[in-house]
Design a binder for this molecule. Structure first.
Ligand SMILES: Nc1ncnc2c1ncn2[C@@H]1O[C@H](COP(=O)(O)OP(=O)(O)OP(=O)(O)O)[C@@H](O)[C@H]1O
Ligand SMILES: [Mg+2]
Length: 451
């Protein structure tokens, strides 16, 4: 396939079309071009290419829509997104929706050749691995979610049963327990797996922008709305939408969301005509939603709509028997990335990790293992490699040389520093771990000159 492969280039900029097609033809590929989304899609249907190069910003049918159509029809065709600087964020998001890779303009002929080669290689491996056993293997393969404890086995059992259905699922659990990972698993084991999984972080945007992000807007509907925008619900059409941190949305948007969920219809801002969407809904929160309902911060009707099937992921400290498995999993994952080989951590290191309470749950454990691997000089993680994290039963900052004991102030300063580092400078999380409020923490950071 390699050198005779056909590549479809969809871009409205003539310069890009021409230069890409020249570079690729010189490599021996066959290049076809289209200058807008609709023409590109027509071309795709008529003669399916091996790879698509797709501009995000296109007149008419835009890049995301074309991507979704392509993924629905032929999930295995790699699509490489071409993007300008302004849309890099959306390009990164398209990877979640099935894009294979993206190229940021301006890119060199070499970058283009490498991306195309990678995409073609991926097709070959896919074809080779498409054995009949694949289907059965997938159906039972929740291997990405590691956990053998009784509580996790229960969670995975519900996940297995609910994945193939259309039910709305509400995933709850503390920060870092794996809510997003579970949502991804549910989608990947559902009949919608070849359509997009669209993740919406409900805490990330101010209200007006968020509404437009969810439901879209028409051109001119508010200042700054220069173009018509498709909301995430539309983008997720045919697939799954994952509403993460759902407790963060305002009551006003909750009302609109409720409508969208009940009617499976959305209305773009500035428009009156609703658009129907075919989606499955997953949601997650680290907060106690019934509590939010009692406090009047969350609509009760919306809560019931969302928690058709509730799944609670227990915190890591309540299922410590999963820790060794997870350590192993992350050791493999990250040492492979670094091209290093690691042995099992030392007994002492494992014991320290088993004793620690993991307020940041699995994410914190993963970060700890990753950092230990990076910092570790040998081929085995020792207790010392965890010291910086404050995990050890006798942390380095408590160790005293001779009779030079430290004052409480010094210890406080060093401990705050350690926790801050372990949370990558996140003050809210650090304050939570230290059991003080944010303001007090900020005052201490200032006092000790830690920023
Ligand atoms: N059971 C698990 N097995 C393997 N990896 C896991 C597991 N649970 C979580 N992880 C990993 O831990 C990290 C955090 O998981 P994820 O982002 O899904 O958590 P979250 O609950 O959504 O966190 P937050 O509330 O902070 O958004 C990810 O890298 C994820 O892959
Ligand atoms: Mg999350």
């Amino acid at each position: 396939m390699t050198n005779k492969a056909t590549i479809l280039i969809i871009d409205d900029e003539e310069g890009i079309r021409d230069s890409c097609s020249q570079v690729l033809t010189r490599e021996g590929y066959h290049a076809n071009i289209a200058d807008n989304g609709k023409a590109g899609w027509e071309h795709f249907k008529k003669s399916p290419p091996d790879i698509v190069l797709l501009d995000l910003k296109l007149p008419g049918l835009d890049g995301i829509q074309v991507l979704n159509k392509i993924k629905k029809r032929s999930f295995d065709t790699p699509v490489i997104i071409i993007t300008g600087f302004a849309t890099i964020g959306s390009a990164v998001n398209t990877m979640k929706q099935g894009a294979f890779d993206y190229l940021a303009k301006p890119f060199s002929p070499q970058e283009l050749r490498v991306a195309v080669k990678k995409a073609l290689d991926s097709r070959k491996t896919q074809e080779q691995s498409l054995t009949p056993s694949l289907k059965t293997a997938r159906a039972d393969d929740f291997a990405m979610v590691v956990g053998k404890s009784r509580s996790m086995a229960k969670v995975l059992d519900i996940v297995k049963r609910v994945s193939p259905t259309e039910s709305t699922v509400l995933i709850t659990g503390e920060s870092g327990t794996g809510k997003e990972l579970l949502a991804t698993e549910i989608h990947n084991h559902s009949p919608r797996k070849n359509a997009p999984l669209v993740v919406v972080d409900c805490g990330a945007l101010v209200e007006t922008l968020f509404e437009s992000e969810l439901f879209g807007h028409v051109k001119g509907s508010f200042t700054g709305a220069n173009m018509t925008k498709h909301g995430r619900f539309e983008v997720a059409d045919g697939g799954t939408i994952f509403l993460d941190e759902i407790s963060n949305i305002s009551l006003n948007i909750q009302a609109k969301l409720l409508r969208a969920i009940q009617e499976r219809e959305v209305t773009r801002i500035g428009n009156t005509k609703p658009i129907s969407v075919d989606i499955r809904i997953l949601a997650a929160t680290h907060e106690n939603l019934p509590d939010c309902v009692r406090k009047g911060k969350f609509r009760e009707d919306l809560f019931y709509r969302l928690s058709v099937v509730p799944i609670h992921i227990p915190p890591l400290r309540e299922r410590k028997e999963d820790i060794p498995l997870l350590i192993n999993h992350f050791l493999l994952k990250h040492s492979k990335k670094l091209g290093k080989n690691f042995n099992k951590p030392s007994e002492k290191a494992i014991k320290a990790m088993l004793e620690y309470e993991w307020p940041g749950n699995i994410r914190e454990l993963e970060n700890t293992v990753e950092r230990a691997i990076v910092l570790c000089q040998k081929d085995r993680i020792e207790l010392e490699d965890l010291f910086y994290h404050g995990i050890s039963s006798s942390p380095s900052f408590l160790q005293t040389a001779g009779k030079n004991h430290k004052s409480l102030k010094e210890i406080e300063k060093e401990y705050i520093k350690i926790v801050l580092q372990s949370q990558y400078g996140n003050r809210t999380k650090t304050a939570k771990i230290l059991g003080i409020d944010r303001k007090t923490l900020l005052a201490k950071i200032k006092k000790y000159n830690l920023s």
